[in-house]
Design a protein around this ligand. Structure first.
Ligand SMILES: Cc1cc2nc3c(=O)[nH]c(=O)nc-3n(C[C@H](O)[C@H](O)[C@H](O)COP(=O)(O)O)c2cc1C
Length: 331
């Protein structure tokens, strides 16, 4: 299988799929910030779309990936790949083919989700214990989508432990996947530090690009991750939500042609937070809840966020929160 070389001319930087977190609104904001700082994400991946019994109706694809209306790109031009999750190879293949008809620039397959409801239906990380099923799914999807459209897989190191890593690598190797993203923890290790970046090295024997993911919160950790994993390709998850300038910090630090200022100051982040609060959601209660989730994460990246958090954590009114945000510029 030809490697889709044009995607990996340089080290890639990707914004991770995170269900309920990097939804279309958050993707819009984070990809805009990255572009404004001079280091756009190469692409992001949608939250997983669960495939169970049918070829999903068009509105489901548009709900998860409204970017499909705009050439599958965010307003700042970042492509959005579509992630599917399921265990039935033929059905996954049919949904992938349909996603491509709707304009998906690439299909990613989720083998990392730890959620019980998903795993109980043989989806997500539980399939890491069944590498032959992984192989069936990836190869069926690969056969079903046009050859110029990449098919990738996103995995963890294993389900309960890393004992099946060689089998997983074998399954990926034969499947026709164009690249592989590895969240460097098992399902059992959840989301807790550390991430075992060194374990990624075993996958570099594959003839396809490998993207390292997990526990990158700052530029220094990105360096350690690249050294320990033996790959320069990175996917950023929670760290990118906590410090939206993380991508620029990383490449600034690695002296890739970025301007001198790769830092996003709190005062500049305020405008983006207001845009988030003015974005589309089912209703204001949902939007305010989601904003507080983000603000809670920002407290780890910005001391100013801590002060604002204390002021608004019980506030339900969107306009009041926006006013508090605006006045936090002046402090
Ligand atoms: C809230 C949340 C939702 C997630 N949803 C998805 C998902 O839909 N698809 C997926 O492949 N990974 C998902 N992940 C995993 C992330 O993509 C990433 O692999 C993980 O967070 C490790 O990276 P980090 O330590 O940089 O956050 C999710 C993670 C979080 C925290």
């Amino acid at each position: 299988m030809e490697i889709k070389q044009q995607f990996f001319k340089q080290p890639v930087r990707l914004l991770a799929p995170m269900e309920g977190l990097t939804d279309p609104l958050m993707r819009q904001i984070l990809t805009q910030i990255a572009s404004d700082l001079g280091r756009p994400y190469d692409w992001s991946v949608s939250e997983f779309i669960r495939v169970t019994q049918t070829v999903l109706p068009v509105h489901v694809f548009y709900k998860y990936v409204p970017e499909l209306h705009h050439d599958a790109k965010t307003a700042s031009g970042t492509p959005i790949h579509i992630q599917l999750l399921g265990s039935e190879a033929q059905l996954m293949a049919e949904n992938a083919a349909y996603a491509c008809e709707l304009g998906a620039p690439a299909i990613d397959i989720n083998f990392g989700c730890p959620a019980k409801t998903v795993n109980n239906h043989r989806g997500g990380s539980v399939l890491l214990d069944e590498p032959e099923v992984m192989y069936e799914i990836i190869s069926a999807v690969r056969r079903a989508v046009p050859t110029h459209i990449p098919v990738s897989a996103k995995i963890r190191l294993g389900y309960t432990d890393t004992s099946r890593m060689d089998d997983i690598r074998g399954a990926i190797s034969d499947s026709g996947a164009d690249w592989l993203t590895i969240h460097a923890r098992t399902k059992t290790q959840g989301y807790k530090p550390p991430a075992y970046w060194d374990k990624i090295k075993a996958f570099n024997k594959l003839s396809i690009p490998v993207i390292a993911n997990g526990e990158i919160w700052n530029a220094e950790q990105s360096k350690h991750c690249m050294v320990q994993s033996g790959t320069t390709h990175l996917m950023l998850g929670r760290g990118a939500v906590t410090r939206p300038d993380l991508i620029a910090q990383i490449d600034h630090n690695n002296q890739q042609n970025l301007g001198s200022n790769a830092t996003l100051l709190w005062q500049d982040l305020i405008t983006h937070q207001i845009k988030f609060l003015e974005g589309q959601a089912k209703n204001d209660v949902v939007l305010v809840g989601r904003y507080k989730q983000w603000l809670g994460m920002l407290t780890k990246g910005y001391s100013e966020a801590q002060i604002l958090w204390e002021n608004v954590k019980r506030e339900k009114n969107k306009a009041t929160i926006i006013a508090a945000l605006q006045s936090s510029t002046q402090s």
